[in-house]
Design a protein around this ligand. Structure first.
Ligand SMILES: [Zn+2]
Ligand SMILES: [Zn+2]
Length: 313
């Protein structure tokens, strides 16, 4: 399986301003001072190896949308604004699109009105989720006064398929199971399995008291997965401060659960929209440091999601 991240921000998309781009250029030029590059590949190597990601890149601005390749059809988790970019990528003009919704909060739906394949006759879009009211949420967000093009103007065949959590389904050649998560209005994580490999998509989830227990039920859900995509919206300080009960988790808990669940790779996801790129670089370093403190022998790999990241499993 291959996982492509099209949208990684939480709660709200977040764009780069001209001033932020300018600051990145200044930092890059400072780092390059006094150096000469024989050719373009030497220059690219300098950019890729010497510049921090916060300088050479950006952690991404689209809200949640993750593609899982490896099934017989397209598989997407959530329909945040990243869905627009996915829809516009050249290859995605005809087919069957299976969209799994973690829940119906706006940042996980708002890309759908801009999803080009939904306007093309012959395409089939199947929307899956465990929350009631999926179809109504899609119709309402494209109704007046919110949006000019009504849902029924989309020419693809769009169907809604309610799922039960804790039941294994076979969809698009992949086994998938949902689990209920603690979040305002409830959210659901999904575990996808194919040919002995697995990916867990678990966003918008706050882990409350009991999560420190080795018998915490969620650990069975993530156990030994190849990739855990985990809501780490906040720093620990924010998570236990005034943002407690907002329905999100933090990087420290992410590591603790991933280690206890013997996860192979952890990807921090649903980034806080007010944090800048420098904060994410630091957060990733802190998270890796915490892993070394927690377990000297752990082989857990930790990644920070960004729009465009691909992880092969
Ligand atoms: Zn969200
Ligand atoms: Zn939410």
């Amino acid at each position: 399986m291959l996982v492509h991240f099209w949208g990684t921000r939480g709660s709200l998309p977040s764009s780069l301003s001209a001033e932020k781009v300018r600051q990145k250029i200044i930092k890059a030029l400072k780092a390059a001072q006094g150096k000469t590059f024989e050719n373009d590949s030497a220059l690219e190597e300098f950019v890729d190896r010497e510049l921090p990601f916060a300088v050479r890149g950006a952690y991404g601005g689209n809200s949640a949308c993750v593609e899982i390749r490896g099934g017989d059809e397209y598989i997407l988790c959530d329909a945040g604004t990243g869905l627009r970019d996915f829809g516009q990528s050249a290859a995605n003009t005809r087919g069957v699109y299976n969209v799994f919704l973690s829940h119906l909060h706006w940042d996980h739906l708002q890309g759908f009105p801009f999803f080009a394949p939904a306007y093309i006759p012959g395409n089939r879009i199947k929307v899956y989720g465990c929350n009631p009211g999926m179809e109504q949420a899609f119709v309402v967000q494209q109704g007046p006064p919110f949006f000019p093009v009504p849902f029924n103007a989309m020419r693809a065949e769009i169907t809604f398929h309610p799922l039960q959590h804790d039941v294994v389904y076979e969809i698009a050649g992949v086994k998938v199971r949902g689990t209920k998560q603690h979040h305002p209005g409830d959210s659901y994580g999904y575990r996808f399995e194919k040919d002995g490999q697995s990916v867990v998509y678990s966003t918008d989830s706050e882990h409350k008291k009991g999560s420190e227990s080795p018998f915490y039920e969620y650990l069975d859900f993530i156990r030994e997965t190849d990739l855990l995509i985990f809501d780490a919206q906040y720093t620990l300080l924010d998570a236990i401060g005034d943002k407690e009960n907002w329905g999100h988790s933090n990087n420290i808990l992410a590591v603790e659960l991933a280690v206890e669940g013997m996860v192979k790779r952890l990807c921090l996801f649903h980034h806080e929209h007010t944090y800048g790129d420098d904060v994410f670089d630091e957060l990733l370093e802190d998270t890796r440091t915490y892993l070394r403190i927690l377990s000297e022998t752990s082989t857990l790999e930790i990644t920070m999601a960004y729009d465009g990241l691909e992880i092969e499993i």
